[in-house]
Design a binder for this molecule. Structure first.
Ligand code: FAD
Length: 519
C-alpha cells in the first residue's frame, strides 16, 4: 500500500449538516481551534439545501452532557432551543413476556450506577441471592432513580450546576432544532459554512479523495474529508466503495414509522425516560419533549408489512393519531468494515446505523468526534491514525450489537415469529453467547468488559440482563457472599433515600420549564 505524503492537515472539509456534521464541526473547532494563524486548522462544512437531514434521533446517552459542556453550549440554552427534556433511562414494556402473561410486564434501565458505599459490598450478587425485598427488581433495589423517574420527577434541582445533578441523566430533544443550535454555535466558533450539493467526488492518483465538486460552489478541497452525508455515504461508500456489513441476521428491524404527537394538555406530566414497548414485529419509542411527544414504531419488514405496522403504531397512540400521518424510513442496519480510509472518515449514518433502542447513534458520533480530535493527524500521516481509529470503532460497533441483541434474545415471548426468531441461537453472536454462558453461574463484572471499547457501562448490561429475568444461579458461589446483612441494610437505605429524593427533586416538567425560562 502506498504511503500518503507527510503533509500537514490544515483544512478539514465536513460534508453534511445533520447531527453528525455539525456536532463534529463544533467539537473539532473547540478542541483544535480555528483562526487566522497559519497553523490553525480551517474547518468548512458543506451541506445541501435540497437534501434534508434525517430529523429523527431524539434520545441520547449521558455522555452527551460532557459533549455539550466541551463544545460550550450551556444547559438552559440547550433545553430552551431544542425543546429538550431530561432522560433518566429507558422503561421497557412487554419485552420479557407478552401482554397478559403472569409476571412483571416492564423493567427499567436507569442511567445511575448501582449504589456502592466506599468499602461497602457490591450489591448485585446479594440481590441475586435474595437480599432485597421480594419482587423488587435490580434497578429499583440498587438505585433511587427508578422511583424518581416513575414519579416523573427530574434528576436535578434548580440549584444544581449545569450538567450536574444527584442522579445521572441524558436528554430527549428535537433533532432538527438540535442541528440548528449546533450549526449556530459551530459557526460562532469559526466553522465556515457552504450551502451546496456535492455532485461528484474526485479521487486522486492514490485513490484518496482529491476534491468534491459541488453544483453551487465549484470544487472544494481539503487534506481531510469527513463524510457526514447520512445513509447516502457519498464519500466513504459511493466514491471510495468501502464495504458495509449488514447485520440484519442479528438485529432484524429495518423500517421505522415516526409521528409527532401533541400533548393532551399543556401541563401534562412529562415522563423522564424513553418508553420502549415491544410489539409483534418490533417496538415503539415514546419520547416526551417539552412541547410534544415523538413516537415511532421500528419493525422488521421480514416479519410484518407496512400497513399492519402503521396499524400497530396507531393502536399504540390511540385517538391522537387520527389526523396524523407517519413518516416512513428505510433503515440500513449495519456498519462499515472500516470508517477511516486514506483521507476520509465516516461519521454518523454514513459509517453505520444500529437500531435506536439504546440511542447508540448520537453516542457513536460523540465517540467519533472525540477520537478524530485526539488522534488528529496534524503531520498528515493518516495510516497509523486510520488503523487505530478503525480498531476502536469496529470494537465499539461489535459490542453495541451484542448489547442491543441482549434485549431481544432473552425474551420469553412466543407470540410471533419475530420474537421466536430473536431467540434462535443462530442469530446470537458467539461473543454474546459466551458472556451469557459465563453469567449463568456468576454475575457480570467490570472485568468482563474492555471499558474503552464499550459505549455502555457494565451496570447497563446488568440492568438489562436482570430486567429480562436472566436466571444467574449463584448457588455454587453462595458461600463467598458473607456480607448479606450489610447488603440488606444498604437496600433498605436506598429505599428510604428514594423517598427523600422524591421530596427534594422537582417534578420533571417544572424543572424543564424553569431552565427553558432562564435567560
Ligand atoms: P443526516 O441527518 O441524514 O444528515 C445528512 C446530511 O448530509 C444533510 O445535511 C444533507 O444535506 C447532507 N448531504 C447528503 N448528501 C449530500 C450531498 N450530495 N451534498 C451535500 N450535502 C449532502 N440516534 C440516537 O442517538 N438516538 C435516537 O433515539 C435515535 N433514533 C433514531 C430513530 C430512527 C428511526 C433513525 C433512522 C435514526 C435514529 N438515530 C438515533 C440515529 C440518528 O438520527 C443519527 O445518528 C443522527 O441524526 C445523525 O445523522 P447524520 O447527520 O449522519 O445524517
Amino acid at each position: 500500500m502506498k504511503t500518503l505524503p507527510k503533509q500537514g492537515v490544515r483544512n478539514v472539509l465536513i460534508v453534511g449538516g445533520g447531527t453528525a456534521g455539525w456536532l463534529t464541526a463544533a467539537f473539532l473547532a473547540r478542541q483544535l481551534g480555528t483562526g487566522a494563524d497559519e497553523n490553525a486548522v480551517r474547518i468548512t462544512l458543506v451541506e445541501s439545501k435540497e437534501i434534508g437531514i434525517i430529523g429523527v434521533g431524539e434520545g441520547t446517552f449521558p455522555s452527551i452532557r460532557g459533549t455539550l459542556a466541551t463544545i460550550g453550549i450551556d444547559e438552559a440554552r440547550f433545553i430552551r432551543e431544542c425543546d429538550a427534556t431530561f432522560k433518566q433511562g429507558i422503561h421497557f414494556q412487554h419485552w420479557v413476556r407478552e401482554p397478559g402473561m403472569p409476571g412483571a410486564d416492564h423493567y427499567f434501565h436507569p442511567f445511575s450506577l448501582p449504589s456502592q458505599r466506599p468499602g461497602g459490598p457490591e450489591l448485585l450478587p446479594y440481590w441475586l441471592q435474595g437480599g432485597a425485598p421480594a419482587g423488587v427488581g435490580f434497578a429499583a433495589a440498587a438505585t433511587m432513580q427508578k422511583r424518581v423517574a416513575d414519579a416523573a420527577h427530574a434528576p436535578k434541582r434548580p440549584s444544581d450546576a449545569d450538567f450536574m445533578g444527584p442522579l445521572n441523566y441524558a436528554y430527549h430533544f428535537d433533532a432538527g432544532k438540535f442541528a440548528t443550535l449546533l450549526a449556530t454555535h459551530a459557526k460562532s466558533l469559526g466553522v465556515q459554512h457552504v450551502l451546496a450539493t456535492v455532485e461528484r467526488v474526485e479521487l486522486d492518483d492514490r485513490g484518496a479523495i482529491g476534491a468534491v465538486h459541488t453544483r453551487e460552489a465549484g470544487a472544494l478541497t481539503a487534506e481531510l474529508y469527513i463524510d457526514c452525508t447520512g445513509f447516502r455515504a457519498a464519500l466513504i461508500g459511493e466514491a471510495l466503495g468501502t464495504s458495509f456489513r449488514n447485520i440484519n441476521d442479528v438485529l432484524f428491524v429495518d423500517r421505522a414509522l415516526a409521528m409527532q404527537v401533541p400533548y393532551e394538555r399543556p401541563d401534562a406530566p412529562i415522563p423522564s425516560y424513553t418508553i420502549s414497548t415491544a410489539h409483534e414485529a418490533g417496538w415503539t419509542w415514546d419520547i416526551g419533549l417539552h412541547q410534544r411527544r415523538g413516537i415511532g414504531y421500528v419493525y422488521s419488514s421480514r416479519h410484518t408489512d407496512d400497513a399492519r405496522a402503521e396499524q400497530v403504531l396507531r393502536n399504540y397512540i390511540g385517538p391522537a393519531s387520527k389526523d396524523l400521518h407517519p413518516r416512513q424510513l428505510k433503515l440500513n442496519v449495519g456498519y462499515r468494515d472500516v470508517h477511516w480510509v486514506k483521507n476520509c472518515v465516516a461519521v454518523g449514518l454514513s459509517g453505520g446505523f444500529l437500531e435506536p433502542l439504546e440511542s447508540s447513534g448520537i453516542g457513536l458520533i460523540e465517540t467519533a468526534a472525540y477520537l478524530i480530535s485526539y488522534l488528529f493527524p496534524h503531520d498528515g500521516d493518516m495510516e497509523p491514525v486510520a488503523r487505530t481509529y478503525n480498531e476502536m470503532m469496529k470494537a465499539r460497533y461489535e459490542r453495541i450489537v451484542d448489547f442491543v441483541k441482549l434485549h431481544y434474545c432473552l425474551t420469553q415471548r412466543k407470540d410471533s415469529r419475530f420474537w421466536t426468531d430473536n431467540t434462535d441461537p443462530a442469530s446470537i453472536p458467539q461473543t454474546l453467547q459466551d458472556k451469557l454462558a459465563m453469567w449463568r453461574h456468576r454475575a457480570p463484572h467490570r472485568m468482563d468488559f474492555v471499558v474503552d471499547y464499550e459505549m455502555y457501562p457494565p451496570s447497563s448490561w446488568q440492568y438489562v440482563l436482570y430486567g429480562m429475568e436472566y436466571p444467574t444461579d449463584l448457588y455454587a458461589n453462595a458461600r463467598t457472599l458473607p456480607r448479606m446483612e450489610e447488603a440488606r441494610k444498604e437496600f433498605a437505605m436506598i429505599a428510604q433515600m428514594s423517598q427523600r429524593a422524591l421530596a427534594d427533586l422537582p417534578p420533571h416538567r417544572a424543572m424543564v420549564e424553569h431552565l427553558a425560562q432562564r435567560g
